[in-house]
Design a protein. Structure first.
Length: 276
């Protein structure tokens, strides 16, 4: 069935209850606003500015109608891809434009509407993760990078793991030791970043084919934008002490996702989707 729901849908409770319908709604609203802006070119030939310019109507109408058609096609193509998980021709370019252009506009629109920015970003991360799963290819362990925020380390720890994770004593007082054990078991790469600039430098140095990143929704959203088209699967951290302090990692969920990316798509089914 062409309009079946995507088999890659993820449970909303992994994203603080955020659903992809929020992302889709804001994207459609942003598309409508951009189309309304393009209507300026449709009325321009009949304004006083266009008086005496015989060439203006054809160019202006072409720009206006062409822009509206392209925006509408892009928006509907991505909505179809998000809903079904199926790829249409040109969807990769559409995703690029959406991440670079639409999402910043969507954040501005959400602020104007009084929507919680954290929920919007979580919805964006959820949609991104489902699209990454839909396009995933088998990855060798050495080509998969597990990227962690510095706040996952115990704040009272005297060791600077952002420079060398091997300094960790694996004392069990924070999640880093268990994550290093997981790294050793799976043979993947692991790094801890203290900020976006350091994270980008790590990615450039390691050159992974796929990234599984643990962070808050703000850092995940910006990291996904910065790293595109490199696939980034985002895992939201847990913050019992508040933001950026002694954060935790949903370890079982992380293990399942890592093993999923290290396997061929036909070898293991996706975890069951929760309510949409």
């Amino acid at each position: 069935m062409l309009l079946r729901k995507s088999p890659h849908s993820l449970p909303p409770d992994q994203y603080g209850g955020a659903r992809k319908r929020l992302f889709i709604g804001l994207m459609l609203a942003s598309c409508v606003l951009l189309c309304l802006a393009l209507c300026f070119f449709l009325i321009l030939p009949w304004s006083s500015f266009g008086a005496g310019m015989s060439w203006l109507p054809l160019i202006s109408m072409g720009v206006g109608i062409g822009g509206i058609v392209v925006l509408t096609w892009m928006c509907l193509t991505l909505v179809f891809h998000i809903y079904t998980g199926l790829r249409l021709p040109g969807v990769r370019g559409v995703r690029h434009v959406t991440i670079r252009l639409f999402f910043p506009l969507m954040e501005l629109l959400a602020r104007a509407l009084g929507l919680d920015r954290r929920t919007v970003r979580r919805s964006f991360v959820k949609v991104n993760n489902e699209l990454v799963l839909a396009d995933r290819k088998p990855v060798a362990p050495r080509d998969l990078l597990l990227l962690l925020p510095h706040c996952v380390q115990r704040s009272a720890c005297p060791r600077r793991l952002t420079h060398n994770v091997e300094l960790c004593e694996r004392c069990g007082r924070c999640p880093v030791g268990a994550l290093l054990d997981l790294r050793d078991t799976l043979g993947i790469r692991l790094a801890i970043a203290s900020g976006g600039t350091i994270a980008r430098r790590i990615v450039v140095e390691i050159k992974p084919r796929c990234i599984v990143a643990v962070a808050c929704e703000r850092d995940l959203a910006s990291g996904i934008q910065d790293s595109y088209p490199l696939p980034v699967f985002g895992v939201l951290n847990e913050r019992p002490c508040g933001p950026c302090l002694d954060t935790l990692v949903p370890l079982e969920h992380l293990k399942a996702m890592l093993r999923l990316f290290l396997q061929r798509p036909e070898e293991k089914p996706l975890p069951p989707a929760g309510p949409r």
